[in-house]
Design a protein around this ligand. Structure first.
Ligand SMILES: CSC[C@H]1O[C@H](OP(=O)(O)O)[C@H](O)[C@@H]1O
Ligand code: ADE
Length: 299
């Protein structure tokens, strides 16, 4: 997709559904389609359709029925499949634990920062033979964040704008010492999936924002039981209903024709590629065409 000046973008909205969100209701012309990528298969087929005329692409992050754990997700294939499907804007929906008293279960947080503590995942599309460094100083798209916040408030949902999501490797939940450490770092919520997803979306020049849906207080709270899957699943059900309403509200807004993103997420690769054309591995270049073709074509 081109983002030259004065060209109006017709957005395609990508939705990545987390725990408890394995389908999207109300899509017209819906069709599940498998998408192959240079990085292998995504978590599942993607659901293509339209909502109020806006093209949407939905992917259940863990696959339908939740067979894939956070560390085994093929994050590169998931983001590449979105890019190959023309997605310009991703809304990520995620279950998280709360690290702050004022963010109770049921609360939605439109986060604005991450701390990435994952260590067993492929984190970049680039590598030997084609090196690039994008900025993730502000890893979430504030333009989408504005729409999410306004729509959530309009629906009367309990929502906080801003907050840091610490991404842990999992699959076990945190120790009490870890949970308290994350609190001492000022983190708002803890989860296992949004990294490297957000970094890869940035490399793919896709605007990306997250609605972190609180399901539990993790294990830091004195006198309260530590989080269990039973607790998470229970709260997830009511969160999922609110998430569906929020999705219905944001898609018509995000789907309007627009200029390139004012925050620049869709131009992240502009000055990011380090490897001189003559030093590039042709196989890497060919593999990366779907992600970085926009900039590789001209350098
Ligand atoms: C049963 S809670 C653990 C699971 O839920 C979250 O995933 P997602 O972001 O896809 O909703 C969390 O990070 C864990 O993967
Ligand atoms: N407490 C928690 N820790 C990590 N991931 C979570 N997802 C939902 N609750 C969580």
């Amino acid at each position: 997709m081109s983002v030259e000046a004065n060209e109006l973008i017709e957005p395609v909205i990508g939705l990545i559904g987390g725990s408890g969100l394995y389908d999207i209701e109300g899509l017209e012309d819906k069709e599940w389609r498998r998408v192959e990528t240079p990085w292998g298969a995504p978590s599942d087929a993607l659901l293509f359709g339209r909502l109020d005329g806006v093209r949407c692409v939905f992917l259940p992050r863990h696959g339908r029925g939740h067979p894939i754990p956070p560390s085994e997700l093929n994050y590169r294939a998931n983001i590449s499949a979105m890019k190959q499907s023309g997605v310009t804007d991703i809304v990520s929906l995620s279950a998280v634990g709360s690290l702050k008293e004022e963010l109770p279960p049921g609360h939605f947080v439109v986060i604005d920062q991450f701390i990435d503590r994952t260590f067993a995942r492929e984190k970049s599309f680039f590598g030997t033979g084609l090196v690039a460094h994008v900025s993730v100083a502000d890893p979430l798209c504030p333009r989408i964040g504005d729409v999410l916040e306004t729509s959530a408030r309009g629906l009367g949902l309990p929502v906080t704008r801003g907050g840091t999501y610490i991404v842990m490797e999992g699959p076990q939940f945190s120790t009490r010492a870890e949970s308290n450490l994350y609190r001492s770092w000022g983190c708002s919520v803890v989860g296992m999936t949004n990294m490297p997803e957000a970094k890869l979306a940035r490399e793919a020049e896709i605007c990306y924002a997250t609605v972190a849906m609180v399901t539990d207080y993790d294990c830091w709270r004195e006198g309260h039981d530590a989080v269990t899957v039973e607790e998470v699943v229970g709260v997830m059900m009511s969160n999922a209903e609110n998430a569906r309403n929020l999705i219905r509200a944001v898609i018509p807004v995000l789907g309007q024709g627009r200029d390139p993103c004012w925050a620049g997420c869709d131009r992240a690769l502009e000055h990011a590629v380090m490897t001189a054309p003559a030093a590039r591995d042709p196989e890497m270049v060919s593999r990366l065409t779907v992600i970085a073709g926009r900039v590789l074509d001209r350098t």
